[in-house]
Design a protein around this ligand. Structure first.
Ligand code: NAP
Length: 313
């Protein structure tokens, strides 16, 4: 069998990091790596390993490509590209999942244990009544019960949190109160002393966290958003922070990134801005997903993690 031509279409500085990881993973998967390259005649390319910030937008010349394999988990910048007529797979891998559940766990525990209150109270005053509840008495809701949301929900439930989750389709996950659809959203919001948003950016999720849905949260709720900036209407969140309805927010993703230095989030005393670092794609683990999909493609098997273009994720 001729070796497949595999085009690496990401920023050029990523090649040094990815080339050895991809070669190793492809070899392990039994795929010939001779055709792994950063430059090729588009008409000869079989697979495109793709990062949307690579500059590649027009896939029309890739007449025989069997798949576009995204290095990113979020595909909002890709799903609308009508020149991608071949199957499109997104990134799901151990590193992204583990990184996200560590991020969510860390920030939930920070709020749960009232760590900010103790940091602010290093003033010589002994406050023995400031005792956090046990996790089982803390209600956490995860919006989005996909790969990342379900993993985070299960990790939180494992250490005892009272966890609810919300998705588009009905789900049954042991230890999690699962809600779905429009009707379930408000039940899920009412449960959330701590709300974690792990939804994709689609037409249906944009602006989901707005004045109306924020009003359904318990007073003094905390929000952690490692999903997408577009999920939140910033003015509504800032207003809810100012009234105390929302006690604090940790925001990792924003409508405009990098978040402009003048944005009120930077100055808000109860907002923590992190620079889209909740979970990074790591070459070693991402390459295993890419290699497995190329192996599948070559064997005529269905690819993993295919994007539902109509749903937008
Ligand atoms: P996923 O597996 O596709 O899961 C998405 C979840 O959202 C699913 O449970 C889905 O419901 C739900 N959903 C989508 N549209 C909905 C709607 N209209 N109403 C209710 N639920 C809806 O995605 P994932 O791998 O968990 O990743 C989630 C998001 O995290 C990504 O899209 C990306 O934006 C973000 N992310 C951020 C970082 C970071 O570093 N900050 C890193 C990686 C990913 P169903 O289960 O019913 O389909």
């Amino acid at each position: 069998m001729p070796s497949p031509t595999i085009l690496f279409a990401a920023k050029s500085e990523k090649w040094a990091e990815y080339e050895p990881a991809l070669r190793m993973a492809l070899q392990k998967a039994g795929v010939d790596t001779t055709g792994l390259t950063t430059e090729a005649d588009p008409a000869e390319v079989d697979y495109i390993i793709y990062a949307p910030n690579s500059g590649l937008q027009d896939f029309t010349p890739f007449t025989r490509a069997k798949a576009v394999l995204s290095l990113w988990a979020g595909v909002e910048d890709i799903v609308g590209n009508e020149t991608i007529t071949m199957p499109l797979a997104r990134m799901v891998d151990y590193g992204l999942t583990q990184g996200m559940l560590e991020f969510v766990m860390g920030h939930v525990l920070r709020y749960h244990l009232m760590i900010d209150d103790f940091l602010a109270g290093q003033d010589g005053v002994w406050r023995p009544n400031l005792v956090p509840p046990l996790a089982r008495d803390r209600k956490v809701t995860i919006l989005g019960l996909g790969v990342l949301g379900a993993a985070a929900a299960q990790s939180l439930a494992r250490i005892g949190f009272d966890v609810a989750g919300w998705s588009r389709s009905p789900k049954s996950i042991e230890g999690i109160a699962c809600y779905h659809g429009e009707d379930g959203l408000f039940d899920a919001m009412r449960h959330a002393e701590i709300l974690v948003t792990l939804l994709p950016d689609t037409a249906a999720t944009r602006g989901l966290i707005n004045q109306t849905t924020l009003a359904a949260l318990p007073h003094g709720a905390k929000i952690i958003n490692p999903g997408r900036g577009s999920l939140i209407e910033d003015a509504a969140l800032l207003a809810a922070l100012d009234t105390g309805k929302i006690a604090a927010a940790t925001l990792d993703v924003f409508t405009i990134e990098p978040l402009p230095a003048s944005h009120p989030y930077w100055r808000h005393p109860r907002v923590t801005v992190t620079p889209h670092i909740a979970s990074a794609t790591r070459a070693e683990t991402a390459s295993e997903t890419i290699a497995e999909n190329i192996r599948r493609g070559e064997a005529g098997e269905t690819l993993l993690h295919l994007v539902d273009r109509a749903a937008g994720y």
